[in-house]
Design a binder for this molecule. Sequence first.
Ligand code: OFO
Length: 169
Amino acid sequence: MLSSKMEKALNDQVNAELFSAYLYLAMVAYFEDQNLSGFAQWMTAQSQEENFHAMKFFSYIHERGGRVTLESIEKPQFTWASPLAALEAALAHEQYISKRINDLVDLAIDEKDHATNSFLRWFVDEQVEEEDHVGGIVQKLHMIGTEGGGLFMMDRDLGTRVFTPPVNA
Ligand code: OFO
C-alpha cells in the first residue's frame, strides 16, 4: 500500500511525464514547420517514449492499490530560436526530470517504501540514457553548426529512430 505522500508524488510524476510527451510533441510541430522531418521523427519517438513512462507510473500506482488522479497538463513552449535551441531545451528538461526522479527515490527511502524504490531504479537508469542521447545530439549540433549539409545529414540520421517499448520494462 502506498502512503498518501508517495501516492501524491507518483501522481505528480504521471503529470510530469505527460507534460514531457506534450513538450516533445510541440517540438515535433516546430521541426515539421522547419522542414526538418528527421528531427520531427526523432521527437515523435521521444514523445511516444514519454507516454510510455507516464503509463508505467500509472500502472504502478494501481498495482500498489493507489488511485490515479489526472490533472491539467501545462501548455508547452511552442517555438524555439533554432533546432539547437530546441534540443538544448529538451536536454534541460531531461535534467529537470532526472532531479524529479531522484527526489522520488529520496521520498521512497524516507517512507521506507522499498517496492517503490525498486520500481524507480528503472527510471534512474533510463534518465542516464535520456540525458546521454539528447546531450549527444546537442554536442553534434554544436560541431556541425545549424546550417547546410551537416544539418541535412543529421536530419536524415535522426529520421531513422522508431520507438519500441522495452521488453523487460
Ligand atoms: Fe524523458 O524521461 Fe520521462 O520524462
